[in-house]
Design a protein around this ligand. Structure first.
Ligand SMILES: Nc1ncnc2c1ncn2[C@@H]1O[C@H](COP(=O)(O)OP(=O)(O)OP(=O)(O)O)[C@@H](O)[C@H]1O
Ligand SMILES: [Mg+2]
Length: 255
């Protein structure tokens, strides 16, 4: 089983959205997914009325027919919880564990970071990316398995270059998600039912714009998941060098 921990020392950078989006992507790839809720919300009183974001999402995924043996959500509050839950999911044949964390890495977040094959640090804008980089340098000793991730830019696509630049020397995944209702609503709410309803929309009929948006969002989620899987396997996307550029270089060299 491979383990990914989401890490950011600032609130609202997109850890939970990234957790849910990648869980959906890995499920679509046929993987069995364990999600560990290692956030402040997990520490909240279990008797309280309001379920956590991840609990609401899991419930909606159940309504869409995603069963326990494909997607398991567990809350953990201690280092032992993390160790035990990862060990038993591994024995039970789960493929991937995604760990959502709280802002400051105390325990059990330290265990979650220590156990990660890959640490993903999301940022939904330039300001968040700067904070994320600061947190990485403050808390991670040898951050050689950390990748930045843009789960959508709050200020719109125009803010993506500045957000990428703010990650400075931290390598970033090439795929980013769009900032859209389809991510903020459908993925978060596990609303596969709504998504498939959008897919059944007639071309240019009512709701066709929403269908296009949902389709683009889910394509991006899948592309991101593939890139993350490659990263787990030690591969990365390379910048494309066009044949024309190679041709010009060869021409110059031979001149
Ligand atoms: N691609 C997107 N499209 C639309 N909304 C998004 C997108 N990505 C993130 N959001 C929204 O941004 C907000 C912050 O995201 P999220 O809750 O995942 O951050 P977090 O790091 O888990 O925050 P917290 O500190 O509250 O746990 C949420 O309201 C979420 O719905
Ligand atoms: Mg969160």
């Amino acid at each position: 089983m491979q383990t990914i921990t989401f890490f950011a020392t600032k609130g609202g950078t997109g850890r939970t959205v990234s957790t849910m989006a990648l869980a959906s992507g890995f499920l679509a790839m046929g993987k069995r997914v364990l999600v560990l809720d290692c956030t402040d919300e997990a520490k909240a009183d279990p008797r309280r009325d309001t379920p956590t974001t991840l609990q609401r999402w899991r419930k909606a995924m159940s309504s869409s027919g995603v069963l326990e043996d494909r997607l398991q959500l567990l809350s953990c509050t201690t280092r032992e919880d993390i160790e035990d839950m990862l060990a038993s999911a591994d024995t039970d044949g789960f493929d991937i564990a995604l760990i959502d964390t709280r802002i400051l890495p105390q325990e059990p977040q330290g265990a979650a970071l220590g156990r990660a094959d890959l640490i993903l640090s999301p940022a939904i804008g330039e300001f968040e990316a700067k904070n994320v980089v600061k947190g990485i340098s403050e808390y991670l000793v040898e951050p050689d398995n950390v990748l930045g991730l843009i789960p959508g830019c709050r200020a719109g696509a125009a803010d993506i270059p500045a957000t990428r630049a703010a990650f400075a020397s931290i390598p970033i995944l090439k795929t980013e998600l769009p900032w859209s209702e389809a991510i903020g609503d459908q993925v978060v709410n596990g609303d596969i039912g709504h998504f498939t309803e959008c897919l059944a929309c007639e071309q240019f009929g009512t709701g066709y714009g929403r269908f296009r948006e949902a389709q683009a969002a889910w394509s991006a989620v899948l592309a991101l998941t593939v890139e993350v899987q490659w990263a787990l396997d030690g591969l990365q996307l390379q910048p494309h060098v066009s044949e024309w550029k190679q041709f010009v270089t060869k021409q110059k060299a031979s001149a």
